[in-house]
Ligand binder design. Structure first.
Ligand code: IMP
Ligand code: MG
Length: 177
């Protein structure tokens, strides 16, 4: 398919306001503790960068990344998932927040959650910028959600189509052209 940018679904302003709210909520929930943010690459890196700056400086913050892939550039996510880059820091005994760009089938998240849980994280929560409701095999609640969106393929603010469009400051629908 050839892909073209469609309408703006979530504006830069709306994203910034929502991320500020999430940062404030995390600051309350984790007051007096330290937090380790685990970003799932690549899509989460912009959300994570903005979110940690919305968290109070009184909370010690640690950041690490995992790269997990499902195969291909197709707009549907395959069920085959594979770890390409693992964490550099140990997470046992830590308060961890997994940071995901978008939860669609939830398979990526389910996989990462189970790995980090088996490694002995003290607490494990999830922050997702976007959720497509109804598709997810991840059956726990998402602790921090930016926006619930319709079942459309979206790009921007870190999310790609075939590695493109991550640099958009807003979130847009991708159209077939
Ligand atoms: P899941 O495993 O199906 O929940 O999908 C997770 C990953 O698929 C996300 O981290 C994205 O990289 C990718 N993905 C799913 N839906 C979209 C979309 O609408 N736009 C861009 N990437 C998506
Ligand atoms: Mg992707």
């Amino acid at each position: 398919m050839k892909a073209g940018l469609g309408t703006v679904l979530i504006s830069e302003d709306e994203i910034r306001r929502r991320i500020d709210e999430i940062g404030q909520q995390i600051s309350k929930d984790y007051a007096g503790r330290a937090v380790t943010f685990v970003g799932i690459l690549k899509g989460s890196f912009i959300f994570l960068a903005d979110m940690i700056r919305a968290v109070s400086v009184d909370i010690p913050v640690e950041v690490d990344f995992m790269s997990v892939s499902s195969y291909g550039d197709a707009t549907t996510t395959s069920g085959t998932i594979h770890i390409e880059k693992d964490l550099a820091v140990p997470i046992d005994g830590k308060d961890v927040i997994i940071v995901e760009d978008i939860v669609d089938t939830g398979l990526t998240l389910l996989h990462v959650y189970n790995i980090l849980s088996a490694r002995g994280a003290k607490t494990l929560r999830v922050a997702a910028l976007l959720e497509k409701p109804g598709n997810s095999k991840y059956d726990r609640p998402l602790d921090y959600i930016g926006f619930r969106i319709p079942n459309k393929f979206v790009v921007g603010f870190g999310l790609d189509y075939a590695q493109k469009f991550r640099n958009l400051s807003d979130i847009r629908v991708l159209n077939e052209i």
